[in-house]
Ligand binder design. Structure first.
Ligand SMILES: [Zn+2]
Length: 272
C-alpha cells in the first residue's frame, strides 16, 4: 500500500532540528526522502509556515505544499499584497491548498475578512486547511481553533473544501459533529503523537481510553472518504505514526485513509 503524508512541516524553524531528533529523525530533505521511501510514503504535503515569498516555496518533487498564512493579521489590515501572493501560489500545480492558523493569529475562519481568501480557494478548486484544536503555544487561543469555527466557514463557503487539521484534537466530539454535518469538510489525523515511542503496543495499552475514543468517533461517523493520514513531521516518528493510524482505522479503510483521500482532496497528480 502506498501512503501520502497529508500534513507535515518542512522549514528551518527554530527547534525543528531538536524535534526531529527527539522523534528519531533528522530535519533534512535527504533524510525525509530516505525515510519516506523506506516506509512507502510516495508524497508529502507541506503545511506552509512563515513567508509568502514565491522564491521561498520550492520543494523536492516528492513534496506538495499548502501556502500557509501563519503570520496573518485579520483585522484592520490591507490584504491586497497577501491575496496577490496567495493567488500566485495557488496558480502553481505544486501548491495544493491554503493553510490557516486562526488559534495562533486570533481570528475566526468564518470572519467576512477571510472571504477573498476562500474565493481564491474556490477559483482554483483547492482546499483550505485549518489548524484546529490544541495549539503548540499557550499564547494561542482555543476559541479561534475550535472545530465549531469550521462549521460556520463550511456553511458560508459551500463551494470550498475545508480540511480540519488534527481532527480538532482533543475536541473530538465537536470535530465529528462538524465533519458529519458538512460534506465539504475533511479531517487529517496529524499532530496526535510526539517524539519517538519506545514501545508501541505498550503505548496503545496505556492510551487505551484515548485510542478507543478516537477510533470510536471515527467509526461512529463512518466517513472514511474524508479522513486523511498525516504525521506533522518533524514532531513525530513516521513509523510510529503509521502503526498508530493502523491501530485506529479499520483495515478495510486503510487505502482511503492512507492515500486515496489525500490524492483526491489535494489533487495530487500521478503517483509512483
Ligand atoms: Zn502541523
Amino acid at each position: 500500500m502506498k501512503i501520502i503524508d497529508a500534513h507535515f512541516h518542512f522549514a528551518d524553524f527554530p527547534g525543528f532540528d531538536d524535534l526531529a531528533r527527539a522523534a528519531g529523525h533528522e530535519n533534512t530533505a535527504a533524510h525525509l526522502e530516505k525515510e519516506y521511501k523506506r516506509l512507502g510514503i510516495v508524497c508529502g504535503v507541506v503545511m506552509g509556515n512563515r513567508t509568502l515569498a514565491l522564491e521561498d516555496r520550492h520543494y523536492p518533487p516528492f513534496m506538495r505544499y499548502c501556502i500557509g498564512l501563519d503570520r496573518f493579521v485579520a483585522a484592520g489590515t490591507d490584504h491586497t499584497q497577501q491575496l496577490e501572493l496567495v493567488e500566485a501560489h495557488l496558480q502553481r500545480p505544486e501548491c495544493v491548498g491554503l493553510k490557516l492558523y486562526p488559534g495562533y493569529n486570533y481570528f475566526y475562519v468564518y470572519d467576512p475578512v477571510m472571504d477573498p481568501f476562500f474565493e481564491l480557494a474556490a477559483k482554483y478548486h483547492k482546499p483550505v486547511a485549518v489548524h484546529t484544536g490544541l495549539t503548540a503555544t499557550d499564547n494561542a487561543l482555543l476559541k479561534y481553533s475550535h472545530p465549531f469555527t469550521l462549521d460556520e466557514a463550511a456553511t458560508r463557503h459551500r463551494n470550498v473544501q475545508l480540511v480540519m487539521c488534527h481532527i480538532g484534537n482533543p475536541l473530538l466530539e465537536s470535530a465529528i459533529a462538524v465533519l458529519e454535518k458538512n460534506q465539504n469538510v475533511a479531517v487529517d489525523l496529524s499532530g496526535l503523537l510526539e517524539g519517538k515511542i519506545a514501545d508501541m503496543p505498550r503505548f496503545l495499552k496505556q492510551k487505551e481510553w484515548y485510542v478507543k475514543t478516537l477510533a470510536g468517533w471515527l467509526e461512529y461517523a463512518g466517513l472514511w472518504d474524508r479522513v486523511m493520514f498525516g504525521t506533522d513531521w518533524p514532531l513525530a516518528n513516521l513509523e510510529d505514526y503509521i502503526a498508530f493510524t493502523k491501530a485506529i482505522v479499520p483495515e478495510e479503510h486503510w487505502e482511503d485513509v492512507f492515500w486515496k483521500n489525500a490524492a483526491r482532496i489535494y489533487q495530487i497528480g500521478p503517483l509512483p
